[in-house]
Design a binder for this molecule. Structure first.
Ligand code: ATP
Length: 202
């Protein structure tokens, strides 16, 4: 899946609606200090479901909303839209009737985030799995932030393994396995309850 366009509005320093085209190949973001380069990368991670305030360099998730500056008042919501080329139908089957995917994340102050894929409201989990299955996502090694290369060199083997798993596209399988294990445990509890009841009735 090729990212085509990133549209931001009210996200961090991008108070006005801003649209960027993402061309095939490597994309580098250059500009003077403080112009918003890292904010752009964070917008990309955020729309893919990043949920750690720390990863967003924020105290709380509402801090991604434009907080006001230069005489402009703060906003009450932020929205990021990522348009993805799905011409080769690499997206999970549920979305493969469409040649273009539009993933939207919106946050309203005090109310949390909502997600939409092609106009349909979805859960955060659906967005995570969409990107995990396509070997990308908010933790993808394809997004290289400042200082990340030196962190990678110094990383513990377990952390390096997580990066390789993300690149190999197996992190979605881990999520599904975890969910399946939870369901299995719930079923086992129900079965042993059933045994107890059957014994009482005998
Ligand atoms: P550097 O090259 O120094 O790393 P950068 O180009 O990566 O800088 P960013 O860190 O992306 O710049 O942007 C920093 C700017 O974003 C600061 O001016 C900061 O005030 C602004 N900013 C961050 N969060 C918000 C927010 N919620 N509302 C308004 N402005 C914000």
């Amino acid at each position: 899946m090729q990212f085509q366009r990133l549209r931001l509005s009210g996200f961090k320093s991008f108070v006005d609606a801003t649209e960027l085209r993402i061309e095939p190949g490597i994309t580098g973001i250059v500009g003077p200090n403080g112009c918003g380069k890292s904010n752009l990368l964070e917008a990309l991670r955020w729309v893919m479901g990043a949920n750690s305030a720390k990863a967003m360099r924020a105290g709380g998730m509402d801090d991604v909303i434009f907080a006001g500056s230069g005489g402009r008042s703060s906003r009450n919501h932020a929205e990021v839209v990522l348009t993805i080329d799905n011409a080769e139908r690499r997206a999970p089957a549920a979305y493969n009737d469409s040649p273009v995917l539009e993933v939207v994340r919106r946050i309203d102050r005090g109310e949390g985030s909502t997600y939409r894929i092609n106009g349909r409201e979805v859960r955060a989990r659906d967005v995570h799995l969409l990107f995990a299955d396509a070997s990308t996502g908010s933790n993808s090694p394809a997004l290289v932030r400042q200082g990340q290369i030196s962190e990678l060199i110094a990383a513990k083997p377990q952390n390096r393994r997580m990066i390789l798993e993300e690149a190999a596209g197996v992190s979605g399988l881990h999520t599904r396995r975890h969910e399946a294990e939870l369901r299995l445990r719930a079923a086992e509890t129900n079965l042993s309850r059933l045994d107890d009841i059957a014994r009482e009735l005998d």
